[in-house]
Design a protein around this ligand. Structure first.
Ligand code: CP
Length: 295
């Protein structure tokens, strides 16, 4: 199995969910990963993805080496991604890559001596995040088919959203999107748009929030905005005033880090699942390492 993008089918996902659920039950299952070395090569900042991959490898009994950011590797001296990957893959058995270039993981795989896992490439893909997002939904509802999902935020530059939408193509779901007009989703997905993006008579996100099973919030990806694009005023957030308008069993998700789109007053609400979602990343990434290495 390769995790270079989010083009996985339902069978793949079901196997990953089963493995991840087993690791959640027994995180110390020995799988033959002793002496395996996982390299994290991150050219962009990360808290959850890098550390959960490293924790996953350590939990499996292996070891890690890391380039935590581009300033701490020879990229700073002009080395290409290709040369860095050629080199690091000689020291490791699996390499987890985050890079600002869309398609970086696929490019890296051409030069790598070991399997690459895509940990985010520009605004294009973040497949392991989307897998753990779906695992979180599946765990809560015991199903994905039939759910109504609101995805809100910077949908143009948010990579988790693109990968999540690709994976959701495997299921019968109703998807609503909400973003500032300038940050509208690009691509060909079957979705409904809220008024913020396309104007009335489309329903506003606040109305859709009352109806959905999942509210998936994302932050403004300012680091990817073109020069001259300025801070947008807050346009939709989940806060103490609207959280209880949601269905009793609905959940609020966020890949994190967050800015203003989920107020901290919501954190103790039973619908807030974003920190559990981050924890699920550990089990999903244990499963992915195991499967990519064929352990
Ligand atoms: N969700 C996510 O990718 O978080 P990090 O940037 O902290 O890895």
């Amino acid at each position: 199995m390769q995790i270079l993008d989010s083009h996985l089918n339902r069978d793949h996902l079901e196997v990953i969910f089963k493995e991840a659920a087993a690791f959640e039950k027994s995180p110390y299952i020995v799988t033959g990963a002793q002496r395996i070395i996982l390299a994290t090569v991150f050219y962009e900042p990360s808290t959850r993805t890098r550390l959960s991959f490293e924790a996953a490898m350590l939990r499996l009994g292996g070891n890690t080496i890391s380039i935590p950011d581009a300033k701490h590797c020879s990229a700073e001296k002009g080395e290409t991604l290709e040369d860095t990957v050629r080199t690091v893959s000689q020291y490791s058995d699996i390499l987890v890559l985050r890079h600002s270039l869309p398609g970086a993981a696929k490019l890296a795989q051409e030069f790598s001596e070991c399997p690459i896992i895509n940990a985010g490439d520009g605004s294009k893909e973040h497949p392991t995040q989307a897998i753990l997002d779906l695992f979180t939904i599946q765990k809560h509802f015991k199903k994905i088919d039939g759910l109504k999902i609101l995805i809100s935020g910077d949908l143009m530059f948010g990579r988790t959203v693109h990968s999540l939408l690709n994976l959701l193509e495997n299921y019968e779901v109703e998807i609503w999107v909400d973003s500032p007009k300038e940050l509208k989703l690009r691509g060909n997905w079957t979705i409904h748009e809220c008024a913020t993006t396309v104007g009335s008579p489309h329903p506003p996100a606040a109305e859709i929030l009352k109806q959905v099973d999942v509210a998936y919030m994302t932050r403004m990806q300012k680091e990817r905005w073109p020069v001259g694009m300025t801070q947008k005023p807050p346009y939709f957030s989940i806060n103490k005033n609207n959280v209880d308008t949601m269905k009793e069993d609905a959940i609020i998700m966020h890949p994190l880090p967050r800015n203003d789109e989920i107020n901290i007053s919501v954190d103790k609400n039973k619908r807030a699942k974003y920190f559990e979602q981050a924890k699920n990343g550990l089990y999903v990434r244990m499963a992915l390492i195991k499967m990519v290495l064929g352990l």
